[in-house]
Ligand binder design. Structure first.
Ligand code: GDP
Ligand code: MG
Length: 596
């Protein structure tokens, strides 16, 4: 297809505003999916995506759409909507010339709407405002058209009104895309350059790499080079998804499609990288490539120690499809053998853990998530700490922690409580804007560690669920941080160590020992539970000893009853973990490490 007949676009929206549903309707209206093959959220392939209703991996689909007698090709690139995947979002936006800015007509603009809009504007995309779900009785399209038009500087009448559910207005959206999204530009004679915006491992086909061709042409049998790693592969297949894969004779300027090279691991075909031909290839890569950088670390341990090899194999398999996942073996005194894993963020962590449990049938404990601290010692040496139990004890000159720039959108009634929350999380206010009379955008710089903990839950509960949050990395900052250890019967338990701000260390210690006191059953002896900074104890509770022999209750008489009791005790023991001399039930670890 010649570039002037191509339109590349994406849909940007806050989660649940109806992106997948609208995409489904477009597939139907353009006839690429037959009604009998239609199922909801056609493009959300992973089970977890479907169940949680989120899009993790973006996909591209080609749809024909004619205006008069002119047949156009519309390439729709489905972007992941969550903050953990901002980088992937920005790469899929870079593959487009236009974006549908989709807003739920019963909800209005939310934090992710804004964050994604800013990314789209940075990429110079043409923005088409769309109000969705106009079929809802609670929809207020007029009110939100005003808000949306204000935001992007246009007339409220320019906002399309659609329903992804009923299909109303969907054809008008397709026409608008053709009319307003610029055709792709590029040099067909130049050496080939294509940007990778997604890369998916498929059991049967190996890695499927989704690209947008910027210059030149890619053809079957070409030998191609991934420019960041300088690895070369033969193109076994090249094609377009519509939405099932269809091999083609090549991809030219502005086209969007997939490549199959027989690569077995997505890390050799990374989002943001540039593909060129090995012979007569480009010398300069397209801009914007960035190594995926894990921001949040946590330990993963099998509840049953003998599952360790299964966990290792499972991680190896997941990695094939997840260039951002990193892990290395870790041994914990308390939890045994496991892995220290690095993730893009909390949702990424949850997804990985859920997939491990679900797809590989594993029962896992994950330790409290931690961010990456840069520590400078008094002698000038530098440490990168991803595991609180490895945080050095003394002789620290400076600790730096990662920061984020957060955007919170809230109804104006809750501004006070949201500001209070951000301040209690060591936030620094950057600005505040009224989007309309009753909706406010608050911008804060906050430590990532504070967001990772329970910020989102608190934000939701303080605002009755109305506020939304988005954030992006914003360098690092020095902070007065200390390691708080938890000691059971005098022995530190590595899995419970945590890095906290000095001013919060005391309340954190009190909270943890209180929680553990509830969770650890009485033993034959008294068990002190202490929180400590270095050798200084800052909080203490005691689990008192069991005095009576349980068997004394049986008065020697009833043997079978006695045996039953012994059996029962043994049962209980199985789920216990010995930590030093103390028996700790498995649940205590899970409960103590959960943030609620
Ligand atoms: P996404 O997170 O943006 O991909 O949103 P989904 O497409 O998964 O939709 C979120 C929820 O809104 C689902 O329960 C949809 O059925 C519902 N939904 C989407 N579009 C419409 C619409 O036009 N009208 C109504 N009434 N519901 C919709
Ligand atoms: Mg979706």
């Amino acid at each position: 297809t010649p570039p002037e007949l191509i339109r590349n676009f994406c849909i940007i929206a806050h989660i649940d505003h109806g992106k997948s549903t609208l995409a489904d309707r477009m597939l139907q209206v353009t006839g690429v999916v037959q009604p009998r093959d239609m199922r909801a959220q056609y493009l959300d392939r992973m089970d977890i995506e479907r169940e949680r209703g989120i899009t993790i991996k973006s996909q591209a689909v080609r749809m024909p759409w004619a205006v008069g007698d002119t047949p156009y090709a519309l390439n729709m690139i489905d972007t992941p909507g969550h903050v953990d995947f901002t980088y992937e979002v920005s790469r899929s936006l870079a593959a487009c010339e236009g974006a549908l800015l989709l807003v739920d007509a019963a909800q209005g603009i939310e934090a992710q709407t804004l964050a994604n809009l800013y990314l789209a504007l940075e990429n110079d995309l043409a923005i088409i405002p769309v109000l969705n779900k106009i079929d809802l009785p609670a929809a207020q399209p007029e009110k939100y058209a005003e808000e949306l038009a204000n935001l992007i500087g246009t007339d409220p009448d320019d906002c399309l009104r659609v329903s992804g559910k009923t299909g109303e207005g969907v054809e008008a959206v397709l026409d608008r895309l053709i009319a307003e999204v610029p055709a792709p530009e590029g040099d067909p004679e130049a050496p080939a350059r294509a940007m990778i915006f997604d890369s998916v491992y498929d059991t049967y086909r190996g890695v499927v790499t989704y690209v947008r061709v910027v210059d030149g042409q890619l053809s079957p049998r070409d030998k191609v080079t991934m420019m960041s790693t300088q690895t070369s592969h033969e193109l076994l297949e090249i094609g377009v998804s519509s939405p099932e894969p269809a091999p083609s004779k090549g991809l030219g300027v502005g086209e969007v499609g997939y490549l199959i090279t027989g690569v077995k691991d997505v890390r050799q075909s990374r989002v943001g990288d540039t593909v060129t031909t090995t012979r007569n290839g480009a010398t300069e890569a397209l801009g914007g490539y960035r190594d995926p950088k894990p921001m949040v670390f946590s330990g993963l341990f099998p509840i049953d120690g003998s599952d360790f090899p299964v966990l290792r194999d499972a991680l190896d398999k997941l990695k094939l499809n997840d260039a951002a996942l990193v892990y290395e073996p870790e041994t914990s005194v308390a939890l045994g053998f496991g892995f220290r894993c690095g993730y893009l963020g909390l949702l990424h962590l949850e997804i990985v853990r859920e997939r491990l449990e679900r797809e590989f049938n594993l029962d896992l404990i994950s330790t409290a998530p931690s961010v990456v601290y840069q520590v400078t010692m008094e002698d000038g040496t530098e440490h990168e700490v991803t595991n609180p139990s490895e945080f050095p004890d003394g002789k620290v000159r400076e600790v730096r922690e990662p920061m984020v720039r957060a955007t919170v959108l809230t109804p104006s009634d809750f501004v006070g409580t949201v500001m209070e929350l951000c301040q209690s999380k060591r936030g620094q206010m950057l600005g505040m804007d009224y989007l309309s009379e009753d909706r406010v955008e608050l911008r804060y710089r906050l430590p990532l560690a504070e967001i990772v903990f329970d910020f989102f839950d608190q934000l939701k509960s303080r605002t009755k669920g109305y506020a939304s949050l988005d954030y992006d990395n914003d360098g690092e900052q020095t902070a007065n941080l200390v390691r708080v250890d938890i000691l059971l019967h005098g022995d530190p338990v590595d899995a419970f160590s945590s890095i906290v701000h000095r001013e919060k260390a005391y309340s954190y210690g009190v909270m943890m020992v209180g929680k553990l006191k509830e969770l650890i059953p009485r033993q034959q002896f008294e068990v002190p539970i202490q929180a400590a900074i270095g050798s200084r104890i800052i909080a203490r509770e005691t689990v008192r000893a069991i005095r009576k022999d349980v068997l004394s209750k049986c008065y020697g008489g009833d043997i079978s009853r006695k045996r039953k009791l012994l059996e029962k005790q043994k049962e209980g023991k199985k789920r216990m973990k010995m930590v030093g001399s103390v028996e700790v039930p498995q649940e205590a670890f899970i409960a103590a490490l959960s943030t609620d």
